[in-house]
Design a protein around this ligand. Structure first.
Ligand code: PDD
Length: 277
């Protein structure tokens, strides 16, 4: 396994990170998870656009231009080939003595990345998952893909402890997204999902699935819905880089679509898989 640290690629076990890195002190950084299919990055342009937006919103200067970052990622993949996996990339505001305000101008942001094999979760993608509802206690800029993920971490841990695969988050009963994926429901043939505002991460998979749904004539509503509406949905699915389109068959104690993946979910899965299979 290899490790990219700014412009240098080393063996993973030789990686060194400064103890004053603001990623450690404050979670002061951003990240992206890219899927690798057939040895190539999937949807890399969309991920890089989102990376640049996250950086701009947090006023973290990008250390390199996007074409240069793409080049670095492919160099990493060339030195550490992965057929089916992920590339994790993060950029922190850099290393400086601890202080909440931004570090002195000229502090070098720290870009790190690595690739690792990660097989598609074929069992869950086929058979579906169980999720549990958890209050959404995160901050009000969930649209930024920051390293600060404590609300997500606590929610996922609660899901694990309750024997579920994922946590669906709600603000006073309004469904937002999941701890590391977006959520959609099908009701009377229409696909519903939370609008891409400050309360959710605008998922790349979400965007692709919504576009494909519109193309094949499935009506789409980017509008809020409640946990009660989710319980009584015809179908529920989550979307994400690693989860792709995964059916939800149980929410808390309520079976969805009779505890089986539904037909529109299956159709969306087939459409999505045409992009890399
Ligand atoms: N998670 N919402 C949240 C909170 C997420 O963390 C993610 C992705 C998504 C889906 O976004 P995308 O389709 O762009 O992957 C939605 C990544 C995979 C992670 O943190 O590991």
């Amino acid at each position: 396994m290899k490790f990219l640290h700014n412009l240098t690629i080393t063996d993973y076990q030789d990686a060194t990170i400064h103890p004053d890195d603001r990623g450690y002190y404050f979670g002061d950084g951003i990240y992206e998870v890219f899927r690798i299919y057939n040895g190539r990055l999937f949807q890399e342009d969309a991920h890089l656009v989102r990376l640049a937006r996250s950086a701009a919103e947090l006023r973290i200067p990008l250390p390199y231009g996007l074409p240069e970052i793409t080049g670095l990622m492919y160099k990493l993949l060339e030195e550490d080939p992965v057929e089916e996996g992920i590339l994790y990339l993060q950029i922190t505001r850099g290393a400086a003595p601890r202080g909440h305000a931004f570090p002195p101008e000229g502090t070098q942001p720290v870009l790190t990345a690595y690739c690792k094999p990660l097989p598609r979760n074929r069992d869950k993608i086929t058979g579906g998952i169980r999720i549990v509802s958890v209050p959404d206690i995160r901050w009000l800029r969930c649209d930024i893909k920051t390293l600060n993920l404590l609300g997500n971490v606590l929610a996922k841990q609660e899901a694990v402890e309750r024997g579920a695969d994922e946590a669906v988050l709600h603000r006073s009963g309004t469904v937002t997204e999941c701890s590391s994926s977006n959520i959609m429901m099908v009701k009377d043939g229409t696909l519903w999902t939370h609008p891409a505002d400050n309360l959710i991460l605008p998922g790349i998979t979400r965007q692709v699935v919504l576009e494909q749904a519109r193309t094949v004539g499935i009506p789409v509503q980017e509008a809020v819905f409640s946990l009660e509406e989710l319980y009584s949905a015809d179908e529920v699915l989550i979307t994400g880089t690693t989860t792709e389109v995964t059916p939800v068959i149980l929410i808390d104690e309520t079976p969805i679509a009779g505890g089986q993946p539904g037909p529109i979910t299956r159709q969306l899965q087939r459409e999505y898989q045409t992009l890399f299979m």
